[in-house]
Write a protein that binds this ligand. Sequence first.
Ligand code: F6R
Length: 240
Amino acid sequence: AEIIIVPDEAAGGALVADEIVRLITATPDAVLGLATGSTPVPVYAALRERIGGVDVSRVRGFALDEYVGIDPAHPESYRSVITREVVEPLGLDPALIRTPNGALEGIAHAGDDYEAAITAAGGIDLQILGIGTDGHIGFNEPGSSFASLTRVKTLTQQTREDNARFFDSIDDVPLHCITQGLGTIMRARHLVLLAFGEGKAEALAGAVEGPVSASLPGSAIQLHPHVTVVVDEPGAARLA
Ligand code: F6R
C-alpha cells in the first residue's frame, strides 16, 4: 500500500478529492464506492469545492452499507446520509447512486441484488473506506470471511456504541446492517482507506502492518494490489 501521512483531516480530504476529480474527468461514468460515518466527511467537503467545472451527470455510486430495518427516510439511514452529504451537495444523479436495501421486506435477496447491481455497473473504480476501532471495514466485523459478499450482519456492541452519537440513545441504533462483504470490497479497483485520530491508530496499524487475519478485517487490504492509505499523525502513531 501507499501510505500518505497528512497534517490534518482537511489535507487528507483534499488529497482524496483531487484523486476522485482526476478519475471522474478521465472516466465520466466512474463508479465510486461511498463510505459514511465521520471519516469521509472532509473528502466530500473538499470534493464540493472542486467539482464545479466537472461533469458529474454520469457518475455512479454504491454505498458500503445500510442499517437493516431503519426507515430510509430516517435522517441517520445511510440512504439519507449519502443523499444529504454526497448526492445533493455534489449534484449527483440520485438514480445512479445506490445503497443496499435494508428494508425487512426482501432482505433475503437484498445482498444478491446489490452484488448484481455492482457487477452490472462494471465494478467499483474507487472505494472510499474508513476503519472501525475494532478493525472493521464496511460493517465486516472481526471474524468476517475474506470471501464474503453483500449480506446481513449483526453489529457488535462496540460499533453500536461508536455509532450511538448519531442517534438519541444506543437503544435506537439498529442491531443489524447489510454491508458489502470483504470480497466485494476487494474487487474494487482502487481502495482508499482513511483514518484520522488516535482512536484509529491501533486498528490502522493492524490493517496495514499486522498479520492478515479475519480478526482484523481491515488487514484484508494487504492482499489488494492498489491501496492508498491516508492517515493523520495521531492515526499513524502506531505504525512501525
Ligand atoms: C461506513 C462504514 C464503516 C466506517 C467505520 C468508521 O460506511 O462502512 O466501516 O467507515 O465505522 O466510522 P467513522 O468514520 O465514523 O469513524
